[in-house]
Every structure is written in C-alpha cells, then in structure tokens.
Design a protein around this ligand. Structure first.
Ligand SMILES: *Cc1c(COP(=O)(O)O)cnc(C)c1O
Length: 476
C-alpha cells in the first residue's frame, strides 16, 4: 500500500471549508432530506465498487462538506461543541494514523505521557496535587490527585459517581449496591447524571433535587432540609453534585458554601464542570469556581471551551484512592495484567472504556500551538461576547433575557410577537444564517445562544435580532 496523496486532497478541501466558514457567506446548517444526501453522495456506488480516492475523493468532499453543520461559522450559536482549532484536529489525525492506545502504557508510551501531563496540568489548575512522575514510591503516598481522559463528560460524570459510591461502600464491586443510596443534585443538572443513577442501578428514585434560586443556582441554606428529609425517608446520600456551570443557562453554583456542607457531613462533593471548568484558565473568571479545590471530583470537557474536537473529557479527583479502586480489572484480564515492571502508567482500571483513542493529543496539539495564555484569552473573549450580547438584547424593548450570563451561554425570548420559540428556531435554521438551540428554564422555553465560534461578533447578534423580528412577522 502506497502512502497516499489523498491527504493533500483532504487538506485542500478542509482549507476551502475553513475559508468559507471565515467568510460566513455559506449556510451554517444545511438540513435536507436524508435520502437526498445519501443519493447525492452515491454512498452505495462507492461501497460496492470502491475508488473513492484522487479526483473522485476531491469531488466527493466538495459535496460531502456542503451538508455539514459549520461550527466555525459566525452564525454557529448551537450546541456546546467546540469549533475545533485545526491543530487540535491534527492531533486527532496523528493519533488515528498511529492508532496508539493510551489505555495501557505499552500500547502508546507517548500518548500516555501526554495524557499524564494533561491530567497533571488540569489538577494543578484546580489546585490539587499532581500524580508524581518519575518517583519510585509513587504508590507509597496516597493523598495526591488523579484523573483520566475519557470519551465525554457523560462518561466522566458516571465514573465520578462510581468513584463516590466506592468510598461509601468499598465492597460494592463485589457485593453490588446496598439499599438506600441517594444522590443530591440541582434541578438544572445535566441529564447524564440522572442517567448515571439508572446505569448504577440505584434508580431515578435515588436522585433528589436541591432547591435553586431564580437564576437556577443551588441555595446552600436549603441543603440541610433536603438532606434530612432524604435520611428520614431511609436513604443515605453519598454524593452532592454542583454545576460549574449548568448546561441550560450557564450559571455557576456557589461551590464554597456547598463544600462546607459536604465537609460537615462527610459527603462526596462532585463538581460537574464539563462546560465551565475551562474558566479555571482565566484570571478574570476563575473566581466563579471558588471552592472547586475543596471538591472530591471534577469533570472538565476540553471539547467544549478548549477548541478541541469531540471528544476529550477529564475526570479529576482530589485523592486518587477511590478512583484507583473503583473499577478493578485484574481478575479477568490476565492477557493485559501480569507481573510487570514498567516505566509508565496504565489507565485501564480508571475507565469504563477498554480501548480508547489518544484523547490527549487533541488537546495537547492545540494547547502546544497556542500556549495556555492564548487559550485563556479565547475563553475571556467568548464570555465577554455573551455579556455584550446580553447588554444589547436587554436594552431592546422586544427582547428579554431570564438571567445575566456567567459564561458563554445566553438565553432570551422575543416578546414582539406571540410566535413560539420552537417555531422561531425552525424558521431561523431554515434560513441557514444562524444555528441556535432552545431550552426550558423555570418552565418557560427560551432561545439559547452558545458562543463557541471564534468568528462570531456582536454585529452577528445584531443581525440575528433583525432576522428574528422579520421571521416572526412573516410567521404571525
Ligand atoms: C455537556 C455537558 C455534559 C455532557 O458532556 P458530554 O461531553 O456531551 O458527554 C455534562 N454536564 C454538563 C454540565 C455539560 O454542559
């Protein structure tokens, strides 16, 4: 097999795609009938006969990329997926090409080195003690932090809850769940946490909702009430979850106060920072995570605010003990684990996955190209833009925002017409100019903007306002 020129063809096609996104003249989203796309791309033909290389590949890519949702587009205000930095994408390419698997050291020493470095880099940002590197008595000292890169914040949240449960019930791996385990979390939490309760086999009945204020943030004074109520009902909470920040409206919970309560009652304190933990890099916004250092575990997605393609999520723990014991695999993986003295580190026993790609490469290649200060500046820019958009919308008579943004997420409602937000969204998407989502907040549906693209500016939000007004007029 010859090393192929097709790499150059892909590079050129992506370069053109990138340029088009910068210009913003193309559609941000191009949803047509799925059978039409399958037909245009002639998927069946290529599969049957092959030949999708060279000029064929070039022509194919032209059409294929045309049906992509463009995350780099200035009108992309949709889900919390990054508009990846090309360098981060190259990290994915290098790892896909070499297929090194950092689950075990011998399957990718360089990959594992990157992962270990990044985990320690993140631990340091939280204020936790890093995994000692290069010392022989690594396992003698137990109080340092630990972590692992996994395929997404949802899996990271699940892993955190598995770890928390292991502390309360060290024999759960052998014995299964004991009766009455409970989780306390705010109503604004990501659904992956409730899903985790189902997967853990403790059930949705074990999930109890903490009271939140008008912005959707946990009210610390109300913690004792729910805690006692759950206990009185015969359940034992083993973890409290707080958001930094929450998904729907991007509000940070008061972590320090929640840490006080968890400390007093010896509860595992988990911070879901999937979206907003990246603010730890920012001088300006780090204070929003005050108290995170007192948590037991924290989830941090790099594929949201760090310009990294999906997926690259970190689960970090302050103390490695329970993560190291949470998912023992020695029993039935004798082909992997035997008495070996190795110069590196395996992470297989910390993950739900067995084989996993070099997730660290995606983050490291962009971080290494930009440096962490530029990354911090990017986060500041996106947070600042949400604030400017808020001030602009809030000053208009026919727009309302339910909360002042604390991150790069902004919700609003158009009050100039009775057209429902879901109908408006459909019209906006059909126009191809903007891509945005909606959310329910306090029982009311809002249009929701997430500022992910480095190309979005305030002028685009002004254009969105015009667009909303005229689309609402046509519709009503
Ligand atoms: C995005 C998000 C998740 C889920 O992360 P994935 O990487 O999409 O699995 C969990 N929690 C919060 C707060 C999030 O914003």
């Amino acid at each position: 097999m010859k090393f192929s020129n097709d790499f150059t063809i892909v590079q050129e096609a992506l370069g053109a795609y990138w340029e088009e996104c910068q210009g913003g003249d193309v559609r941000v989203i191009n949803q047509t009938d799925i059978s039409h796309i399958m037909e245009v791309l002639e998927l069946g033909k290529w599969c049957e006969h092959g030949g999708l290389q060279g000029q064929n590949l070039k022509a194919f890519l032209g059409q294929f990329l045309g049906y992509h949702t463009r995350l780099h587009h200035s009108g992309y205000l949709g889900h919390q997926c990054a508009a990846p930095n090309p360098m981060a994408a190259l990290g994915s390419v290098v790892n896909s090409f070499t297929n090194n698997v950092p689950s075990i050291y011998e399957m990718g020493p360089a990959s594992v080195a990157i992962e270990l470095f990044l985990i320690n880099w993140m631990l340091d940002k939280v204020g936790w003690e890093p995994i000692p590197v290069g010392s022989d008595d690594r396992f003698a000292k137990l109080s340092h932090g630990s972590g692992v890169l996994v395929n997404g914040g949802s899996i990271a949240n699940l892993t955190a809850l598995i770890t928390a449960r292991t502390r309360m019930h060290p024999d759960v791996w052998q014995q299964g769940n004991s009766e009455g385990l409970a989780i306390l979390l705010p109503s604004e939490s990501h659904y992956s946490l409730t899903k985790s309760a189902g997967i853990l086999g403790i059930g949705k009945k074990a999930v109890h909702l903490l009271e939140v204020d008008g912005q959707g943030a946990i009210v610390p004074d109300k913690l004792p009430q729910l805690y006692q109520k759950v206990q009185a009902a015969g359940q034992q909470p083993f973890v409290i979850v707080a958001n930094a920040c929450n998904t729907a409206v991007g509000i940070y919970d008061p972590l320090d106060e929640i840490a006080d309560f968890c400390q007093e009652h010896e509860l595992w304190f988990h911070v879901d920072g999937a979206h907003g933990a990246s603010a730890l890099l920012s001088e300006k916004h780090r204070h929003k995570l005050k108290g995170a250092v007192r948590a037991d575990s924290l989830v941090w997605d790099a594929h949201k605010l760090l310009q990294v393609p999906s997926l690259c999520a970190a689960l970090l723990v302050k103390n490695q003990t329970y993560l190291e014991r949470a998912m023992p695999v020695e029993d039935n993986a004798s082909y992997l684990f035997h008495d070996k003295k190795q110069p590196g580190m395996d992470t297989l026993h910390r993950t739900i996955e067995t084989t996993k790609p070099g997730l660290g490469e995606r983050l490291f290649f962009v971080l290494g190209a930009m440096g962490e200060q530029s990354m911090a500046n990017f986060i500041d820019r996106q947070y600042q833009l949400a604030m400017e958009a808020y001030r602009y919308l809030n000053n208009l008579d026919d727009f309302v925002c339910p909360v002042e943004p604390q991150s790069n997420i902004l919700c609003f409602r158009y009050t100039g017409s009775p057209v429902a937000p879901l109908v408006l969204r459909e019209k906006i998407l059909a126009s191809g100019e903007f891509y945005l989502t909606t959310t329910l907040f306090k029982g009311v549906r809002y249009l929701r903007l997430v500022f992910m693209s480095p190309n979005t500016k305030l002028e685009h939000i002004k254009r969105l306002v015009d667009s909303v007004r005229s689309l609402a007029k046509i519709t009503s």
